[in-house]
Design a protein around this ligand. Structure first.
Ligand SMILES: [Zn+2]
Length: 282
């Protein structure tokens, strides 16, 4: 059994604007069927979508059983106005609006809540994020409100301080998790927080000349070292590719190779355990 614990049906790994346009105003069913078939042919039986506001993930969830796939979607990810993620998610200005969106997601059948609580990596500069993470108190509120509605929380989260707050306040899975440190890894281990490192989003950039190759290599190295440390601690690591992101095609298997490279010995058992943890909580 194969699972991708982080992918985006709405994206196509080539160009996000035209990818999104394909599903606007209505999701492109033949295209979605083709992608689901790709996953089925590769033996995938579980997909967790990172969300989109055009309904591509919802359409995929509706069709997935025909392909023997269990499909989970947060509907649109919830993003704070003026911060990373608004290209794909629904915006909120304050906690009140966020809580209303969480309630709306409940009514509309979301499987979990996806939040964006940090910027993303600057692939030309190792160690640099496009914006810092949210303050701890804000992460606490976002996590609390979603849990109160009975949802698990998937968080786009980079940087050690942000991951520490996310783990401390019960975020169920940390996505990407660039630039963690031992303190963050310990906090995540203690909290039983699942880490979905999406190494392919960096690994698949190698040799593409789109970004500084040195920086890409260095970013990947730090991430793989952290994965190795977290695995040695007994932390929960789930395979998720972020398929749809640039250079990560649907059905990409790079993530499994990179995790096997980073986790010595029992990588397959670690991935299986992480996948089961995602299935149980999402
Ligand atoms: Zn994603």
């Amino acid at each position: 059994m194969r699972a991708d614990c982080h992918m985006h049906m709405v994206l196509d790994a080539i160009e996000w604007r035209s990818a999104i346009a394909r599903h606007n105003p209505v999701p492109d069913e033949p295209w979605i069927r083709e992608i689901l078939k790709t996953y089925q042919d590769l033996g995938f039986t579980y997909l967790r979508d990172g969300g989109d506001r055009w309904g591509a993930g919802v359409k995929a969830r509706e069709l997935a059983p025909e392909y023997g796939i269990t499909y989970r979607t947060p509907l649109a990810p919830l993003c704070k106005a003026g911060h990373y993620g608004t290209f794909i998610g629904e915006k909120y200005e304050n906690f009140k609006e966020y809580a209303e969106l969480v309630k709306k997601h409940r009514a509309n059948g979301a499987d979990f809540i996806k939040i964006m609580i940090s910027g993303l990596m600057d692939f030309d500069r190792c160690g640099v994020l496009t914006e810092p993470g949210f303050p701890a108190g804000e992460i606490r509120e976002l996590s609390y409100i979603a849990h109160e509605e009975g949802f698990s929380v998937m968080a786009h989260c980079n940087g050690a301080p942000t991951a520490i707050a996310a783990a401390q306040y019960g975020v169920d899975s940390i996505e990407h998790g660039a630039y963690l440190n031992d303190e963050a890894l310990h906090a995540m281990k203690e909290a039983g927080c699942i880490w979905c490192p999406t190494l392919s989003t960096v690994g698949n950039l190698r040799g593409k000349s789109r970004f500084d190759e040195c920086a890409v290599g260095a970013i990947l190295k730090t991430a793989m070292e952290n994965v190795s440390t977290f695995a040695a601690m007994g932390g929960i690591i789930a395979p998720g590719t972020d398929a749809g992101a640039w250079a990560v095609p649907h059905g990409s298997l790079t993530e499994f190779e990179l995790l096997r490279e980073a986790i010595e010995g029992n990588a397959d058992a670690v991935m299986e355990h992480g996948t089961q943890a995602i299935i149980d909580r999402f």
